[in-house]
Design a protein around this ligand. Structure first.
Ligand code: UDP
Length: 370
């Protein structure tokens, strides 16, 4: 069968590969001038540092199938994401751990003392947190919430944390020990040759044809047995039910001699600092040596129709609109909606790959029935 896949990020590439392995002919197009979507990496011309063009990506998973799958397409070097945050001129460790708590409250608590302390200051009246702010108040209390989450989250999402789902905060752990690994997954790493090379290898198959700089037009549909759409869900339906909200990011790049901040990611909790974080990319490849450095100030703002969408916001209004699009999507029998944008969900790379593998099985069954 002939399948058109729109979007050459992780989702599109994995689905193309799975269908191609099963004898189907896949044509994958992307409107940008490169593959790999927002995971795109390339070496900076001036410094040769591996640059994550659309912001830092650290691969982490506890899923054996996904880890095995991705390792077929490139070598991963071990990398532990350790994030720092600056608040009122002091640097703290994230995610909130015993070091953060002791430094913030000028204490030297043991794990059990810290736990007791946090239980006392947390808001115990909240039983079922209904939003991001309630979730934070219940788990860490007002002081830590206001220092590390309130301002950052306002900048990142452009709205009051009371309007955001509690699930966003549930991404981050609170630890009563000195473990400052940002993630809790079994496997964590960064590809030695960057993500573009991984996706290139996934797409390297005689049944896959890749075309970049190519936009999708509805009259392409007639030439294919099935379409996989990894673009924005609302865009497929020409925004007929309204626009789903996304955040986009702007990165301001700086190049300097030596070292800028001594770590890969520094967050900024104060609302009045206009950027959310600064990432210094040579720290994502600690096995390489570089005399110069590149770093990026990251600014978040509302995503316009022509901007690159990064994060689905998923406020109450968005969810109402999403329901309508999902019903419409259900009726499109020859189209599969996939990925962060195609399903309007906040997925990490490993979940994206897992979902793409599952969807591929469904598509294969569908193609068998045609
Ligand atoms: N967050 C925060 N302060 C921080 C880091 C994260 O308030 O210093 C909040 C913010 O709302 C963010 C969410 O926690 O969107 C999830 O953080 P994560 O690091 O998982 O976000 P991502 O790396 O996907 O942008």
């Amino acid at each position: 069968m002939k399948v058109l896949i729109v979007g050459a990020g992780f989702t599109g590439a994995v689905i193309a590969r799975e269908l191609a392995n099963n004898g189907h002919v896949c044509h994958i197009i992307d409107q940008r001038d490169h593959i790999a979507g927002n995971c795109y990496t390339q070496r900076d011309k001036d410094t040769n540092i591996m640059e994550h063009i659309y912001g830092p990506h650290i691969f982490h998973t506890s899923d054996e199938e996904v880890w095995e799958y991705i390792n077929n397409f490139g070598e991963f070097y071990p990398y532990i994401n350790r994030v720092k945050t600056t608040y009122n001129g002091e640097v703290y460790s994230l995610p909130i751990n015993l070091h953060t708590i002791n430094q913030f409250y000028k204490k030297s608590f043991s794990p059990s003392q810290a736990k007791k302390w946090i239980e006392q200051i947390a808001d115990n009246k909240i039983e079922e947190p209904k939003n991001f702010e309630e979730q934070a108040l219940k788990f860490i209390g007002k002081d830590l919430y206001e220092a590390f989450f309130k301002g950052y989250t306002k900048k990142q999402w452009g709205c009051d944390p009371k309007k955001l789902p509690a699930s966003i905060l549930k991404r981050l752990p609170v630890r009563f020990n000195y473990d400052d690994n940002y993630f809790s997954h079994k496997y964590q790493g960064i590809p030695k040759d960057g993500y573009t090379s991984i996706i290139e290898k996934i797409l390297e198959h005689e049944n896959i044809k890749v075309q970049i700089n190519t936009s999708f037009y509805k009259d392409m549909i007639k030439d294919y047995d099935h379409i996989v759409w990894t673009g924005k869900l609302d865009e497929w339906f020409d925004y007929s039910e309204g626009h789903l909200g996304y955040r986009t990011l702007d990165f301001i790049k700086y190049t300097e001699e030596g070292d800028y901040q001594g770590t890969a990611v520094m967050n900024y909790g104060n609302e009045k600092v206009p950027y959310t974080r600064i990432s210094e990319h040579k720290y994502f490849t600690p096995w390489e040596k570089h005399e110069k450095t590149i770093y990026f100030k990251e600014y978040s703002r509302e995503c316009g129709v022509d901007d690159i969408p990064y994060y689905p916001i998923r406020l109450v209004d968005d969810k109402t609109i999403l329901e309508k699009y999902l019903q419409k999507a259900e009726r499109e029998k020859n189209v599969t909606f996939a990925g962060r944008l195609g399903t309007y969900s906040y997925m990490d790379m490993d979940v994206t790959i897992k979902e793409a593998l599952t969807l591929s099985k469904n598509i294969l069954k569908k193609l068998d029935r045609i």
